[in-house]
Ligand binder design. Sequence first.
Ligand code: CDP
Length: 224
Amino acid sequence: MSQPIVIAVDGTAASGKGTLAKKLAKHFGFPHLDSGALYRLTALAVLEAGGNPANAADAVKAAKTIDFTRAADPAIRTDAVGAAASKVAAVAGVRAALFDFQRDFVERPPGGATGAVVDGRDIGTVICPDATAKLFVDAAPAVRAHRRWLELKGMGIERDERALEAELVARDAQDRARAVSPLKQAADAALLDTSNLGIDAAFAAALALVEPKVRGQLEAKPRG
Ligand code: CDP
């Protein structure tokens, strides 16, 4: 059997990587894994249990018991859970507990698909260093804050846009500074700055970067 195709989409908070990853998945007919949901579910579990997200024991215990069927729960999408997710994500034991789930997803994509799309912070660097195609998505902080403001407004949550921007910047700084699996562009990832691109233009740009790599793997002689 040839290796599954893996499209790794990493990037900063609210950069649009999730939207792009979903659209790429739909285009190629692959399942999509939002790895951030794993950290958000872990954070929510810690908060619901009355624990401290920065406490390694609390965070690891939560990571081992998360219920992935709750990934669509809007409760994990709040900025408070996002901030707590960034805290649990810095705990090495949490990342170790979530590693196998992510590797299984790309090695045996659900539904017998021939590939998978995963978005996150360390997909191209740590989870799938051999990914077929790697994108690193970024945008100016003010643009990202506006997108997140609109997203939260759509969920009925009113936030101050400047305060959101400060939170996103602080979370990125925390994600970049951590010792384990920090947020960073893989050496072989293509940078996609979506500051001046709407969804359709960003998707067209992403596809132009990813499609040749996918074609290259499909045309290569199957290994083994
Ligand atoms: O949607 P947004 O970009 O705000 O965040 P997310 O992708 O849902 O991730 C929430 C937090 O989880 C991030 O700030 C990271 O600290 C952490 N995370 C991570 O460490 N590694 C991943 N592969 C995905 C998320």
